[in-house]
Design a protein around this ligand. Sequence first.
Ligand code: GLA
Length: 655
Amino acid sequence: MWREDARAMRTAGVNIVSLAIFSWARLQPDEDVWDFAWLDEVVDLMHEYDIAVDLATATASPPPWLTTAHPEILPVDREGHRLWPGGRQHWRPTSPLFRRHALRLTRELAQRYGRHPALVAWHVSNELGCHNVHDYSDDAASAFRTWLRARYGTMEALNQAWATAFWSQHYSDWEQILPPRLAPTYPNPTQQLDFRRFSSDALKDHLRAERDLLVELTPHIPVTTNFMVTGESNGLNYADWAGEVDFVANDHYVTPGPQAYDELSFSANLTANLAGGRPWFLMEHSTSAVNWQPVNLPKRPGQLIRDSLTHVAHGADAVCFFQWRQSAAGAEKYHSAMVPHAGEDSDVFRAVTDLGATLRALASVAGTTRSRARAAIVFDWESWWAAELDSGPADRLRYRQEALDWYTAFLDLGLRVDVVPLDAPLEHYDLLIAPILHVVPGVLADRLRAYVEAGGHLATTYFSGIVDEHNHVWLGGYPGALRDVLGIRVQEFAPLTDDQSVGLDNGATGTLWTDRIDLTGTDTEILARYTTGDLAGRPAVTRRAVGDGSAAYVSTRLGPTGLSTVLAVLAERAGVHSELPDGLRGHVELTVRGRHRFLISRAQRPVDTLAPDLPPGPRVADGKDAEGSPLGTLLLRTSGVTIVRVPADDPGPER
Ligand code: GLA
């Protein structure tokens, strides 16, 4: 079937494939037996058809002979159960033995294919940490101790950081320290946070080990690995990982629901900013349904191309899918593919072929840089981890959902926004939203204060500025680290139960959380008050003017609609305006890459972004200059997506 596949790939416009990702058992059928003949044939075939190869190091899933001989490489869950082979990714990130075997395979592949003309990139492992990020084995315990020694230096510093005076946890020897295995009740919260940090670092270490070997053997071939900036996947701190690869690659799968499109755009946006604005690589998404959600919905007509081009709009220079041909058997036989069970005579394959032609027509976009917006949402993995730990004020709090709700509010108002890691140049933004920025070390507090004092407009929310890097509360009233800059003080959290909600005098409704806010200065104004509940009449949303800048606080969960009411005021005061004509605001997302402007339909069923049934807006004539239009020259108009090019002398939004 392989030659048939190569031909169909050309039909579809495929010019790159990822190969051998889960092929360890076929490449090395036994410890000292190698079989590369089949892979030689595939790689040669791809080259013959002018299709480039992103070759996996194939270490993602160890073969049965290895786990049978060495069950000590298998991961262990927090209850002490060994996770058995039979699925995939059944290995301990910290197993020295696994590492040795993985590097042996990596070396063999690099030596064999490093000079092959089809090879354009190395693909380290696959979705590191997808299933094995938190391993509680003895190898993990030992590596955790080494990691903690490096972080704290002395036993005393660790005891201090972990506050082990509480609940009789004081350690007198490093050997006493364990991963936060299942205990009768909550394990130490700083231990839990450190274990999240350690687990991310442990897999980063694995990535580095394979990468360093590849760089040594084939310095001319760039190295990547596929991140999972998608949904609630939060095992790895990608802000910390992005610098480890030659180019960022991401896998994204749609989360069904009312924010499905916005979540896709949010993930693409964040990936772009992890990549520092440079082009990145969409390594995986799906042509249609997946097979691992409770109910797996097929994509709607037009959705495949709209979803793909949203990634391109945010800087992707490659659009790849898992998987090429849908298999008749195996664990992913019900996962969509480029060639579905129905074969090439199918709507999916036709959509894939259309996409191939469209991407070819967009050649001028490739290599261009995604332009910066004037507003940003800060995204921080440490806050994500810490805010959602057990033993907090409310277990319903969802860090990424709050950030996504702000993102939806921006899109609803037709405002461009960047989703950025904390190490991004924050000072370039006029408006900065820091949702649930829970972990605020002193240096970050200083940085945010300096940002506001320099004229920046900061907004943050409930449960922000609460703890330092050791997960210790900043004392004296919440939100300790940001109390002064916000000009407020909160004595007690007042979270809400599921059946409670509160009204605000701006018409919004709050759920999940409230704070009893005291204003600490005359320069703090009240943007909205509670109208119902115990806090009726008290401030719900505040804003303190600081010179030309300001610091605002939203004390409850408002959801996208309530947030857009607040955001409209904050953006107006920050001088951040929509670049979209009135009629398109909220209906489409505007994204800018170099001279290209992408207008993308946010509808569940993609509609023509400039269709006559939308409220009046500018029109562009196919292939001609749109006279008097702020949009530009039409480059492409397809399902749910319009792309225009602005003249070279139009400075456009800031890069
Ligand atoms: C992940 C993996 C793929 C495949 C897809 C299915 O992204 O990397 O191998 O299992 O999920 O959606």
